[in-house]
Design a protein around this ligand. Structure first.
Ligand SMILES: Cc1cc2nc3c(=O)[nH]c(=O)nc-3n(C[C@H](O)[C@H](O)[C@H](O)COP(=O)(O)OP(=O)(O)OC[C@H]3O[C@@H](n4cnc5c(N)ncnc54)[C@H](O)[C@@H]3O)c2cc1C
Length: 410
């Protein structure tokens, strides 16, 4: 769909993102009564990685998705694969201490090995390009310097990039400082989900779409999940709903705040002078150009922090217009926007996800605070390891930092 940039209409693309033009599935719809060792609720990145990690566990696993896989944040994001969690390494070192922050960052680097391995078997549209973080206010400068320093100590050739050394199109935007992170990249989110689910299905994991869970009851012998036309009685339930907090789990109340992000895709334009992801302004804004010349760009949520909340996939016209202006500034001319969409992020108080069993039968893995592509695989793996081997969850992600573990409710 083409549209003039000024005409940001509600009709444009609240239904699907640019990524969702790549159709995956179909996956069957569940009906009737079922039993499973493990039920995963949600098939975004987290649920798909859970399915992938659990495929060889010997357990019977069902994945229940209320829409189609990737319909949530995972299929509506920017496609950037950035090491670390929501905070830059230099920032998380201030709160977690250097050693733990570096360990967290190193763990997210494993994601690239896993995606790389998958990309040998599937066309993922995965590219390691490096990324540029641009900023410039005093707080960012300090964090960028610390981040580069810690990465250098770990043997990664990150470096600061002063304005004269930035690509001309970025210089025009007026950022004083930038940092180059050589190992970041991008991936097509729906192709990644498709690959994960295909490999899980091949090992017997059952994936269901349009099979939302509307209620759940925990018993001493298992958890009963109810959908419109099905019930699943599972030994363990893993909640991978991110921003869509289930109301039947009171322990999660108030811990995850859904906020909205605005994104667009342009029609192909001439190659920019940088072919890697850029994120800016404390990570609020981001863009990259795809191989076919399209630019994916998003951000400016900070223009209306109190308005961009909730789980409605509403286009916010002034913010969409500001993202359009950013792209025009980058290309230094007009652009045609082909797709506009919104997506919902799940913010936690410390910007780290909640992972772990909050009762003996109920596990959670959610709350990525807008930065999940490299974190979802490691978080899902932590929950799988907790389930299968009783491995303690990495402390900075452990749900028990916010939710004291409880006994089963009945
Ligand atoms: C606009 C935007 C841009 C982003 N850009 C980036 C980026 O460039 N890089 C990055 O690393 N991160 C980015 N993120 C964050 C990243 O997309 C998320 O952290 C990640 O996708 C979370 O994955 P998830 O599977 O936990 O959540 P989701 O993808 O939201 O999946 C949750 C799933 O649960 C399903 N569900 C909900 N309720 C039920 C129910 N009752 N029953 C069954 N299923 C249910 C939903 O339909 C959904 O499919 C962005 C997020 C947004 C919104």
């Amino acid at each position: 769909m083409n549209e003039h940039p000024e005409q940001v209409t509600q009709e444009a693309n609240i239904v699907q993102s640019y990524w969702q033009h790549h159709r995956i599935g179909p996956y069957p719809v569940l009906s009737g009564r079922h039993h499973a060792d493990v039920a995963v609720i949600g098939a975004g990145y987290t649920g798909s990685w859970l399915a992938y990690w659990l495929k060889d566990s010997g357990l019977s696993v069902v994945v229940l998705e209320r829409d189609t896989p990737g319909a949530g944040a995972s299929g509506r994001n920017g496609g950037l694969l950035l090491q670390g969690a929501a905070q830059l390494l230099g920032e998380s070192a201030q709160t977690l201490g250097q050693a733990v922050a570096v360990e967290l960052w190193q763990r997210t680097r494993q994601t690239f090995n896993w995606v790389e391995e998958l990309s040998r078997r599937h066309a993922l549209d995965y590219h390691v390009t490096g990324s540029l973080y641009v900023g410039g206010d005093a707080g960012e400068r300090e964090v960028l310097e610390a981040t580069v320093d810690l990465m250098n100590q770990a043997g990664v050739a990150a470096r600061l990039v002063k304005r004269p050394d930035q690509p001309k199109s970025i210089q025009r935007l007026g950022y004083d400082l930038a940092a180059w992170f050589p190992d970041d990249g991008m991936v097509h989110p729906l192709k990644l989900i498709e690959a994960l689910l295909a490999e899980a299905q091949a090992q017997g994991v059952q994936i269901y779409s349009h099979s939302g869970v509307v209620a759940g009851t925990e018993h001493s012998s298992g958890v009963e999940l109810l959908g419109e036309n099905f019930s699943v009685y599972a030994d363990r339930v893993l909640i991978a709903q991110n921003a869509y907090v289930p109301d039947w789990v009171p322990a999660l109340t108030g811990l995850i705040h859904p906020v909205r992000g605005q994104v667009l895709a342009t029609e192909p334009v001439a190659p920019l002078d940088h072919q890697y992801p850029v994120y800016a302004d404390h990570g609020f804004n981001y863009w990259h150009q795809r191989a076919d010349g399209r630019i994916i760009a998003g951000g400016f949520r900070h223009l209306d922090l109190t308005g961009e909340v909730g789980t409605e996939l509403t286009l916010h016209q002034p913010i969409q217009a500001r993202v359009t202006q950013l792209v025009r500034d980058l290309v230094n001319g007009p652009v045609t926007v082909s797709d506009r969409w919104a997506g919902i992020m799940a913010m936690t108080a410390d910007h780290r996800p909640l992972v772990g069993f909050i009762t003996p039968r109920l596990g959670v893995v959610m709350g990525y605070s807008g930065h999940g592509s490299t974190v979802t695989p490691i978080a899902a793996r932590m929950l799988k390891d907790a389930l299968v081997d009783n491995t303690p969850v990495f402390a900075p992600f452990a749900a028990e930092r916010m939710i004291p573990p409880q006994e089963s409710s009945t």
